[in-house]
Each structure stands twice: as structure tokens, then as C-alpha cells.
Design a binder for this molecule. Structure first.
Ligand SMILES: [Zn+2]
Length: 323
């Protein structure tokens, strides 16, 4: 037993050392953004009246991580809470869930994760969305629809817990997920049921802010999806626009921290090697969101895993409402 404990401590110490060396050797600082790189569209289409919305972050699990893992330049001595979460939006036409967090079968699903990735990806205090969500009190009478920032294990785990709900994701993300086996952050066993009603999230050639393509999901300007390249082939971000002017931008895993956009800065070198499919495209997205934050200081940018950044959106069962 003691020998096992010693081995575990040695493995952990080696891992920390490898992460530290990788961080020093392969840092890729992002230079100051050139303003003209990302032209902005004319102001987003003004709708006559945006509907009443309720918005809440549902935390399905958490994990503590050194800040240095979340973004380059972060401290190794500062521990930060990361969330595995679903974003809930009650709209007159549907209850929209953006990402599912960790589902009730995550322990079983996680067994398929390659052994060398298991120590890097972990989770604690599991409370799956299906056990927390009370549709009748949060969004009475509405049908659930699921949309995904991408299909990685910590976003897609709960899909099969919500049978019958349509699942929206770009076609290229679905094919990436299906063709990647259990590599690069995907777990195929999370979305292999033939019962899933896949719906293609098709972006239109319609400028929105500094994105060339976008999709106005409900057609009333309240929920706008945009493609976010880099992290995965078909990653998507979601803008939520309240009638009272408050605005939110849920950015999936393009960055794991708000600092990643504010500075801007990449994830830790080893992490971006493992999880970011295309590092230079990821950098473009970091810079694009950085430019948006400079233009709109009141825009609440919420990276999927940065628990500190959830606060402005309210954490379930609390929620924000506009009317
Ligand atoms: Zn993630």
C-alpha cells in the first residue's frame, strides 16, 4: 500500500515537473492585437422587441487546477475552480441548454479515456443536469433543445440523459467527434445512441460583430451562434442579448479563462497541444474576442470552465431575468 502511495506521489511530482518545463520551454506569448485585423460589422440588427429570457449557469461538476494550466503567465501557486457546466436559457419558444456538462453516466464513459489523459482530465462533486433541472419551475411548458459549443467529453456527457431533445451542432463537429475515437478530448460512447435527434447548426453568411458568419437561432436577435475555429473544427460560441441591453458571450473552450481573452494568452503549452486542434486558429479566436472585449467593456464573456466568470450570469437555481 505504501509503495503504491509512493509511486502515485512520484508520478504526480513528475507530471508537475513536466508541465512546468513544458511551460518554460514552449511559451507562445500572443502579441498585441492589430486593430484592423478584425473589422466589425455595422451594429447588429436591432429587433423591435426582444423576448423575456431567463438565464442560468448550471454547474454539474468542478475541479481545482493551478492557474498556470488555464492560461500562460498564470501562477502555479494559485488554485482556481473550473466548472463543467450547462448554460440554461428559457426563451418563449424553447428551453435551450448550451452544453450539457457531465452526465449521470460519466464514470462509465470516462473509462474509455486513454490512460495518459486521465490524470489531466478529472472531476469532483458531480451533480448531473438531469438530477438538478426542474423544467416546470425554471421554464414551464417549454420543450428542451440542446446546442453544443463542441463535442468534447466534458460538454457532451449529458446528451443521452435527455432523450428526445434535439441536439444542435455544426455537421463538421459531429463528424470530428465520430471520427476521432477516444482521442483529442472526444469520447465516442457519449453520443453513439441512434436515438439522438441531431440537428445541423448551419451558420449563414451574415456578419455579426467581428464574425463573418452567424446564426440567429430564434430569429429575434436574442440568441446568436457564431463559429469559433481552432479548439475543434466545429466549435460554436453563443451570444445572448437581453431586451434590457445586458449581453453575454459564451465562448466554449477557446480559452479556459477570462484572462486568456483579456491578455490574450493561450492555455498551458501541454494543454493546448492536447486539446486545441489548431493552435494558430485558436489564437485568432482569442484575439477576436479580445477585440470585442475592448469594444464592449460591458459584454460578459464567459469561458466554459472559468467558474469566476460565471457570476454575472447567475448560478442555478438562481437565474437572471429580463422583462
Ligand atoms: Zn471543455
Amino acid at each position: 500500500m505504501m509503495a503504491k502511495k509512493k509511486l502515485a506521489i512520484m508520478l504526480l511530482a513528475s507530471l508537475v515537473l513536466i508541465l512546468f518545463i513544458a511551460n518554460v520551454v514552449t511559451r507562445a506569448p500572443i502579441m498585441e492585437v492589430e486593430k484592423d485585423t478584425y473589422s466589425f460589422a455595422s451594429a447588429p440588427a436591432q429587433e423591435t422587441k426582444k423576448p423575456e429570457l431567463r438565464l442560468s449557469m448550471m454547474v454539474t461538476a468542478t475541479v481545482m487546477a493551478p492557474e498556470a494550466v488555464m492560461f500562460e503567465g498564470g501562477s502555479w501557486f494559485k488554485s482556481r475552480k473550473m466548472g463543467h457546466s450547462a448554460i440554461l436559457l428559457c426563451h418563449p419558444d424553447a428551453l435551450l441548454m448550451f452544453d450539457t456538462g457531465l452526465g449521470r453516466d460519466i464514470d462509465q464513459q470516462f473509462k474509455a479515456m486513454p490512460f495518459y489523459l486521465k490524470p489531466l482530465f478529472s472531476y469532483e462533486i458531480l451533480k448531473p443536469a438531469t438530477e438538478q433541472l426542474d423544467i416546470e419551475s425554471f421554464c414551464p411548458g417549454r420543450k428542451l433543445q440542446i446546442a453544443l459549443s463542441h463535442l468534447h467529453w466534458d460538454h457532451a456527457s449529458g446528451i443521452e440523459d435527455f432523450k428526445g431533445a434535439p441536439v444542435w451542432t455544426p455537421a463538421e463537429e459531429l463528424s470530428s467527434g465520430r471520427n476521432s475515437g477516444n482521442k483529442a478530448g472526444y469520447l465516442g460512447n457519449q453520443f453513439d445512441s441512434s436515438d439522438i435527434q441531431w440537428k445541423p447548426l448551419d451558420f449563414k453568411k451574415q456578419n455579426y460583430e467581428n464574425y463573418k458568419n452567424s446564426l440567429d437561432f430564434f430569429g429575434d436577435g436574442s440568441v446568436i451562434f457564431v463559429p469559433m475555429g481552432g479548439h475543434t473544427k466545429g466549435s460554436a460560441g453563443m451570444f445572448v442579448n437581453f431586451a434590457d441591453g445586458r449581453r453575454f458571450f459564451f465562448t466554449g473552450d477557446t480559452s479556459w479563462s477570462l484572462e486568456g481573452f483579456a491578455r490574450p494568452a493561450h492555455k498551458h503549452a501541454l494543454m493546448r497541444k492536447i486539446v486545441d486542434g489548431n493552435v494558430s486558429e485558436t489564437e485568432q479566436e482569442l484575439r477576436r474576442v479580445h477585440a470585442l472585449m475592448q469594444l464592449y467593456p460591458d459584454l460578459h464573456v464567459i469561458p466554459a470552465h472559468d467558474y469566476n466568470a460565471y457570476v454575472p450570469a447567475a448560478i442555478y437555481p438562481d437565474y437572471l431575468v429580463n422583462n
